[in-house]
Design a protein around this ligand. Structure first.
Ligand code: SF4
Ligand code: SF4
Length: 153
């Protein structure tokens, strides 16, 4: 028998952004877009489609606050990565679409207190967690799913 999958409580899970956009620096309140800087990453160039584990949903800043004295984070520790379309469950290898476009099933997590390995939790399509595993296949499936569900409306 394989190792038990983590539960939602055991990963760092982020609810969808207000408005539902996929998470990226472009919708993080710690990003200074005009300077391509992040308040947490010092002098590092941080572009709009990057993202890290400290994402704070909100409007990016117009400028770096004059009194700001942050200690730069190590990008390996913050998990800074460049993405194609931001991060979200629907671009993750563990996500399975359902009938409702707002939710799906995460086969990379188990249900708390449920020992059946075939049971997995329902997650928001535009949520995300620290187990996010980008996948070209998931990306392609989501593009087709979006096309089909848009046509159905
Ligand atoms: S690197 Fe992380 S904290 Fe900085 S702007 Fe991007 S998502 Fe936000
Ligand atoms: S689908 Fe991926 S990002 Fe979403 S909860 Fe599961 S492992 Fe995390």
């Amino acid at each position: 028998m394989g190792a038990r999958l983590p539960t939602l409580d055991e990963v760092v899970y982020g609810e969808p952004n207000p408005g539902g956009a996929r998470k990226s620096c472009s919708n993080c309140s710690l990003w200074v877009g005009a300077k391509q800087r992040c308040l947490l990453h010092g002098e590092l160039d941080v572009s709009a489609l990057m993202v890290c584990g400290y994402h704070v949903p909100g409007k990016p800043l117009a400028r770096i606050p004059s009194d700001y004295q942050g200690v730069p984070q190590d990008p390996r520790a913050s998990g800074l990565v460049l993405t194609q379309r931001g991060t979200a469950c629907d671009l993750c290898a563990f996500f399975r679409h359902g009938r409702d476009p707002r939710f799906g099933t995460c086969v990379g997590l188990s249900v708390k207190g449920d020992t059946d390995p075939n049971h997995h939790p329902k997650v928001h399509t535009r949520g995300c967690c620290s187990r996010w595993t980008p996948s070209i296949l998931a990306d392609a499936i989501t593009a087709v799913y979006e096309l089909v569900t848009r046509r159905r409306k």
